[in-house]
Write a protein that binds this ligand. Structure first.
Ligand code: AMP
Ligand code: ZN
Length: 495
């Protein structure tokens, strides 16, 4: 049974059936990283949430154009209109060209995402590569009376926008009056007509490293404008899905909604999706709070808060155990449990790949057949329900039970019938690898395994049990176990 895909739309604050503007095509834009530092595990969670969306959309037959930008200019330290440029600041501190900083951390970002088996975007535009589009957009907004120049900077005029029918605050649900009273510092706002107006273009002080010529003098673009320009350039003035971390909802995405509507007279995005935060002891993981983990520290187990190293797939599995809209708290215990769970699935994957149909005379076991069909349907249902990977994984464990029974001979293929047998094997593999992006992590000693098992067999035949134990110990040290079954000798990941 096909379940319609429903996703939670921040704009309507409810789950909606997903209907693309121009099926089977889907336009997906996700705010990429600001490349001034190494990506931490919190960033990874957000990109993983959208990797799952991308995979599931493709799995459901959509042709997705996935645009994920690189923010290499315009993101200021305070996340608003004041402060130094994040990339520029790092360039100054490290005495490097800003583009060296950008390249270094873009490379790191790509490496990390590949380690976690995330699919690359179709287009990865950079803010500095779209300067003309941003200048043109700011000019256009001035012409429309929705932006104004002040002291060499250009600001979006929220009052005019609302007067012309706009609704600043519609995405985040914030009310203008509250925002005004909640805005702590009015410092730096004297150039603005309204303290909430945000910069489309900022005048650059002479010492500001990254600056470009514009009709308003030398300056640089505002962070919000870049995403509007790059998303509409590659996906159109109205596209299907825009995603990002929950912390980008306001002001970044609120400003994008306003800019898009002001420029093109329509809502730029049909479905806004926000991924929830990775926390440490309940606090958002972030570089500025000093509680962030680098993926490399995790793989090496070197962070003071870690008991041991964890592999990329363990971490991926750990994150998928909760749905993307709930917060997820990082802990050693949770990761250890995730490691066990993942290795169980990895063993299932390994053996399911070698399961083969054999004819038999047995009666169909209709209870088991029904249970398998229910779990397969349950996986689709869970993924279609706003990408509920937590429930989807529980269904996978039901399938795993039957994969294991087939492997040990407790269940014979013929008891399921050929169709259900194939569906169990095929779906288990596809759900795990294509949809959830979980792959076996081949052990370092992989190439040596057949030889070691051969030796094990010989030592055992010759009753050289100390040698047998040595081989067992080498497997153990590599995170593996030897499965010495009556009928055959095999190995597995140590659960
Ligand atoms: P940045 O490079 O700071 O712009 O962040 C890149 C992405 O990571 C954004 O979508 C953020 O919302 C997201 N992000 C930052 N911190 C966390 C966190 N602790 N958990 C989940 N996502 C995060
Ligand atoms: Zn953005």
């Amino acid at each position: 049974m096909q379940h319609p895909l429903r996703i939670y739309n921040t704009l309507s604050r409810q789950k909606e059936e997903f209907q693309p503007i121009n099926p089977p095509f889907v336009g997906l834009y996700v705010c990429g990283p600001t490349v001034y530092n190494f990506v931490h595990l919190g960033n990874v969670r957000t990109f993983l949430s959208f990797d799952i969306l991308l995979r599931y959309l493709r799995f459901r037959g959509f042709t997705v154009r996935y645009v994920r930008n690189i923010t290499d200019v315009g993101h200021l330290v305070g996340d608003a209109d004041e402060g130094e440029d994040k990339v520029g600041r790092m360039a100054r501190l490290e005495k490097l060209e800003p583009m060296e900083i950008v390249q270094r951390y873009t490379n790191d970002f790509h490496e990390v995402l590949a380690q976690f088996n995330m699919l690359p975007p179709s287009i990865e535009p950079t803010a500095s590569g779209h300067m003309l589009e941003q200048i043109e957009a700011a000019q256009d907004l001035i012409t429309k009376g929705l932006a104004y120049e002040s002291a060499g900077s250009v600001y979006f005029d929220i009052a005019s926008y609302n007067k012309q029918g706009g609704n600043y605050g519609k995405l985040s649900g914030r009310v203008l009056e509250d925002l005004l009273t909640e805005t702590r510092s009015l410092e730096g706002t004297e150039e603005k007509r309204n303290p909430l107006d945000f910069a489309l273009w900022k005048k650059a002080a002479p010492e500001h490293i990254m600056q470009w010529n514009s009709p308003w003098g030398k300056g640089f673009p505002g962070w919000h404008l870049e995403c509007t320009c790059m998303s509409t350039k590659y996906l159109g003035t109205q596209f299907d899905i825009h995603g990002g971390g929950m912390d980008l909802k306001f002001p970044h995405h609120e400003c994008e909604v306003a800019q898009g509507a002001a420029l093109n007279g329509k809502d730029p995005v049909r479905y806004w999706m926000h991924a929830n935060m990775l926390t440490v002891n309940g606090q958002k993981m972030s570089k500025s709070l000093g509680n962030s983990f680098l993926p490399a520290e995790l793989f090496a187990g070197t962070h003071p808060l870690l008991d041991q190293p964890y592999s990329p797939m363990t971490v991926r599995f750990f994150m998928l155990q909760s749905q993307y809209r709930s917060t997820l708290d990082f802990s050693n215990e949770a990761l250890q449990a995730a490691g066990k769970g993942f290795r169980k699935l990895a063993n299932g994957l390994k053996i399911s790949r070698s399961l083969e149909w054999t004819d038999g005379e047995n009666q169909l076991d209709s209870a088991k057949v029904a249970d398998i069909e229910k779990a397969i349907d349950g996986f689709y249902k869970a993924m279609s329900d706003d990408l509920n990977t937590a429930v989807a994984i529980a269904e996978l464990f039901t399938l795993l039970k039957y994969v294991n029974m087939l492997h040990t001979g407790q269940l014979l293929p013929a008891s399921l019938g050929q169709e259900v047998f194939k569906s169990l094997k095929g779906n288990f593999i596809i759900f795990l690898t294509d949809v959830l992006g979980l792959e076996e992590e081949k052990p370092e000693i992989n190439a040596l395994i057949p030889g070691m098992l051969q030796l094990y067999r010989e030592f055992k035949e010759n009753k050289q049990y100390d040698k047998v134990d040595e081989i067992r110990a080498s497997f153990k040290a590599a995170g593996l176990v030897i499965r010495d079954l009556k009928t055959r000798l095999d190995w597995a990941y140590d659960e």
